[in-house]
Ligand binder design. Structure first.
Ligand code: FES
Length: 152
């Protein structure tokens, strides 16, 4: 016969399960809100349709703050921030400390390795990294962004 679980053990087990479920829900929510695309690779850079920033709410003109371009031709993804309809920023998601891939949330990027943080302009807001992120010029046409990978 199985021994009954004592009160302390029950509370520890329940809390662990509850915290795990909460962490999982948060992770799923963040995955759901972050949009990943591969973009269209050209000779000099990447093309991204501006509609990729639109949220899927009927009749609303709501936009994502950023999307992440993850293309197999690139060693790291590029986080593209929408500032206005005619202004975008493209940031290379490689931490300038030791090269770890960054995580994006809201208007900042964080490094999971040692905690460096960068603004949506690619500027360091918290070390140990001591250099800003690599950025790329973005040209905006009517429906498309061109991220120029030739310049940094
Ligand atoms: S590699 Fe990013 S803070 Fe160290």
């Amino acid at each position: 016969m199985k021994a009954p679980m004592n009160r302390r053990k029950f509370i520890q087990t329940s809390c662990t399960a509850c915290l795990s479920a909460t962490a999982l829900a948060g992770f799923i929510a963040s995955c759901k809100t972050t949009k990943y695309i591969s973009g269209k690779l050209g000779a000099d850079g990447l093309y991204v349709n501006k509609d990729e920033f639109k949220l899927d709410k009927k009749g609303d003109e709501n936009y994502r703050r950023f999307i992440i371009v993850r293309n197999e031709a690139l060693q790291y993804p590029i986080c593209v921030y929408r500032i206005t309809d005619s202004e975008y920023r493209a940031l290379w998601m490689q931490c300038t400390h030791q090269g770890t891939e960054l995580l994006a949330s809201g208007d900042s990027l964080q490094c999971p390795a040692h905690g460096s943080e960068f603004s949506n302009e690619g500027k360091i807001t918290s070390g140990p990294a001591d250099r800003d992120l690599r950025t790329f010029p973005v040209t905006v046409t009517q429906n498309e962004l061109f991220i120029d990978l030739r310049k940094a």
